[in-house]
Design a protein around this ligand. Structure first.
Ligand code: 5BU
Length: 256
């Protein structure tokens, strides 16, 4: 299933603008590393963005775990994203009917559509979810959840295939998947969470795979690393180590 194409070759295959912009950033920074900034204060979120910014292509956020969120947090994040050349991916995992998703994307106190470059969605509610996201956030690229990293999850086999079909139907808006690796179509990019150099897991079902397995063998494009970097005593250095491991794994895949 793993295709032999390089990121340069994939540039012309990706229909969505944000997807192409991401590839350009990845090539320029030689980074296929996304950091999951799962912290609960805006101060820590912004300091992580600043520390790991030079090493990453994406900063992944969970805005709803920040206890002191205000609009100025998103403004500062956008500023740091421009400064360090990374994209902001809000991991909101939209999963409702289109009408509700539209309200969640544009309204509330978070106004996700104003600052996120990338958002993601479950396919459980059908294509209305994707239609809502592409209609009310034309400048956002969408990722669909095709597989998950957690133990016992239900995103397997036909479900994964359905995600691929949905994406192919909305290729202008959807440019990739959350998956464990490549699921077959080089016209999309693959983003894998649950990545840690030491492997292992946590006490709530997270299952870790190392960057080399995920990228070189399973054919994923971007590794999403949270606690492997966030809980390190030197986040800057950890991000640099992970960036190199992930990029080397990509180069290794090209050689095979
Ligand atoms: P960790 O600290 O590296 O375990 O963080 C993983 C992040 O990826 C965290 O923000 C999760 O919400 C996110 N995630 C995941 O771990 N597994 C999945 O299948 C999906 C998202 Br979808």
């Amino acid at each position: 299933k793993v295709h032999p194409l390089s990121f340069e070759q994939r540039l012309s295959l990706i229909r969505n603008k944000v997807g192409r912009r991401l590839l350009e950033i990845m090539l320029k920074k030689q980074s296929n590393l996304a950091v999951a900034a799962d912290v609960t204060t805006s101060e820590e979120l912004l300091s992580i963005a600043n520390e790991v910014g030079p090493q990453i292509c994406i900063l992944k956020t969970h805005m709803d775990i920040i206890q002191d969120w205000t609009e100025s947090v998103s403004e500062k994040l956008v500023h740091l994203a421009k400064l360090h050349h990374f994209l902001i991916f809000e991991d909101r995992k939209f999963a409702d009917i289109g009408n509700t998703v539209e309200l969640q994307l544009t309204g509330g106190i978070f106004h996700i559509a104003q600052w996120a470059d990338i958002v993601n969605a479950h396919i459980i509610a059908g294509p209305g979810t994707i239609q809502a996201l592409s209609r009310s956030a034309e400048h956002c690229g969408i990722l669909l959840l095709a597989q998950m990293s957690s133990k016992g999850n239900l995103a397997v086999q036909e479900y994964t295939q359905k995600a691929l079909e949905f994406a192919q139907q909305y290729e202008d808006a959807v440019f990739g998947f959350i998956s464990l690796g490549c699921i077959g179509d080089p016209n999309f990019l693959y983003f894998t969470p649950g990545v840690k150099l030491e492997g292992g897991g946590d006490s709530l079902g997270q299952q870790y795979t190392d960057p080399k397995t995920v990228i070189a063998i399973q054919g994923s494009d971007v590794a999403i690393v949270g606690r492997g970097i966030i809980q390190s005593s030197n986040r800057r250095e950890a991000a640099s180590t992970y960036r190199k491991a992930c990029w080397d794994a990509y180069l290794q895949r090209l050689e095979e």
